[in-house]
Design a protein around this ligand. Structure first.
Ligand code: PEP
Ligand code: MN
Length: 338
């Protein structure tokens, strides 16, 4: 911690701060400037009372944390990348960049089976599809619920694809875990900490989307809820944040890739579909994401986007998906991924 004192305070006021720092278990190192005193307080913030509260003292100008607030998700805790194995075959975080593809919503059996077979043929290893949909309007299609989960399980049986699907509520965690191979926590629930804890306890891999107005530090701390509750299988999924830009639905923050690579050992997934809201932009964003080091892509695919029950404008057609997977190849080669 770095504590900067206000200029020209008395010796008694300075001593008072130094005494408090020692009382809380830290060792103060004083640096004396022309008009200001800067104190470096050395000690483990995890095991002592924090010094951030000193910021409210009248003789203190600022308190700056040096240690990271997240521990288990941090590269400091584990230097090597975490590789998450799903159903003994899919390894996310390894050399292969995995494609998680499928409809925004599971609509019916025919639609799901058709998409599942098609995306599998084009290299996807994981089928996405929402059974519980977090819709902005209560009048919009809310998903098929457990019947949708059953259809996903059926598609897994038919194709061997693993399943990623969203859990919206603590009440549904056990039910979703029964069917899903990866539990998705959506942007709207990214800081629903009780849901995160409950999802962590299932032991299933968790795909944690970034909240639409979440800073990266807050996102990493949300991820810390998964690991600190005993589940090491966490994937961070960037899906765009809300900015002033109206050309796209969200602003897909690809800067988060190198930042997360530096800060965490957990795999990174990019969702270009929610990230831009427009099918036409999806391929470019996929190219950007894999070139920058994403470990997986989560892509919405629909045979007839114009009649999709949710997110029609951003879902790519089966043909677009097939083209996209081919177009990605040279970029994957260039960065030494498969
Ligand atoms: C989705 O994946 O369909 C979805 C609703 O995602 P998000 O939570 O990122 O909006
Ligand atoms: Mn969607």
């Amino acid at each position: 911690m770095i504590i900067v004192l206000r200029p020209n305070i008395s010796k008694e006021e300075e001593d008072c701060v130094l005494k408090e720092i020692e009382l809380r278990g830290y060792k103060p190192h004083v640096m004396r400037g022309v008009s200001r005193v800067v104190i470096g307080a050395v000690g483990d913030e995890q095991s002592h009372q924090s010094l951030v509260t000193l910021a409210s003292w009248k003789q203190v100008e600022s308190v700056t944390r040096i240690q990271k607030r997240y521990k288990l998700v941090s590269r400091e805790a584990q230097e090597k990348n975490t590789v998450i194995t799903i159903n003994d075959q899919v390894k996310i975080g390894d050399k292969k960049v995995h494609l998680m593809a499928g409809p925004c919503s599971v609509e019916n059996e025919k639609q799901l089976m058709h998409i599942a077979e098609n995306v599998k043929k084009n290299g996807a290893t994981i089928l996405r599809g929402g059974a519980f949909k977090p819709r902005t309007s209560p009048y919009d299609f809310q998903g098929l619920g457990e019947n949708g989960l059953k259809l996903l399980a059926k598609a897994r049986e038919a194709t061997g694809l693993a399943i990623v699907t969203e859990c919206l509520s603590e009440d549904h965690v056990e039910m979703v875990a029964e069917y899903a191979d990866i539990i998705q926590i959506g942007t709207r629930n990214a800081q629903n900490f009780q849901l995160l804890i409950a999802a962590s306890h299932t032991g299933k891999p968790i795909l944690l989307k970034r909240g639409a107005s979440m800073r990266i530090e807050e996102w990493l701390l949300a991820g810390e809820y998964i690991l600190s509750n005993g589940n090491p299988n966490l994937l961070f999924c960037e899906r765009g944040i809300r900015t002033f830009e109206t050309y796209t639905r969200n602003t897909l923050d690809l800067t988060s890739i190198p930042i997360l690579k530096q800060e965490t050992h957990c795999p990174i997934v990019i969702d270009p579909s929610q990230g831009c809201g427009s099918a036409k932009l999806v391929e470019s964003l996929c190219i950007g994401a894999v070139s920058m080091g994403a470990d997986a892509l989560l892509i919405e695919v629909h045979p007839d986007p114009a009649h999709a029950l949710s997110d029609g404008p951003q879902q790519v057609t089966l043909e677009d998906f097939a083209k996209l997977t081919k177009d990605l190849k040279p970029f994957l080669d260039a960065v030494g991924r498969e």
